[in-house]
Design a protein around this ligand. Structure first.
Ligand SMILES: [Cu+2]
Length: 128
């Protein structure tokens, strides 16, 4: 049995707990977006998916996994994402807040990689 003074605060405690839980789940990370980086036997390279759609001002965290045979990078001058190196076989989290509407490239800046296909497009647009 809960003592009366405590029972009075139970709804408040529940609300605080719920708020803390929802923070832990959606959190400051925002939406999780998985991205795979890698290369194929024919020498071509990729980011998957090729196109990602987000809303202006949306907070997201890219989970970039390097499935390739060497190091790769994840960056964008246009979208203000500083270079992050993802070693072979590793995962790196990149937190980012989407800018104003538009299409922004994200790419790997290691020599030859972008030309080999390591570029994706982030489309920033309001919810439909
Ligand atoms: Cu690369």
């Amino acid at each position: 049995m809960i003592a009366r003074p405590l029972a009075r605060f139970a709804p408040l405690a529940a609300a605080v707990l719920l708020a803390a839980l929802s923070l832990a789940c959606s959190g400051s990370e925002g939406r999780r977006i998985d991205v795979a980086a890698g290369d194929r036997p024919d020498g071509s390279m990729y980011f998957e998916p090729k196109t990602i759609t987000v809303q202006p001002g949306e907070k997201v965290t890219f989970y970039v996994r390097n499935d390739g045979s060497g190091d790769h990078e994840f960056e964008s001058d246009e979208a203000a994402i500083e270079e992050v190196v993802i070693p072979k076989g590793r995962l790196r989290k990149v937190a980012w807040t989407a800018p104003k509407s538009g299409d922004y490239p994200i790419y790997c800046d290691i020599t030859g990689h972008r030309q080999a296909g390591m570029e994706l497009t982030v489309r920033v647009q309001p919810a439909q």
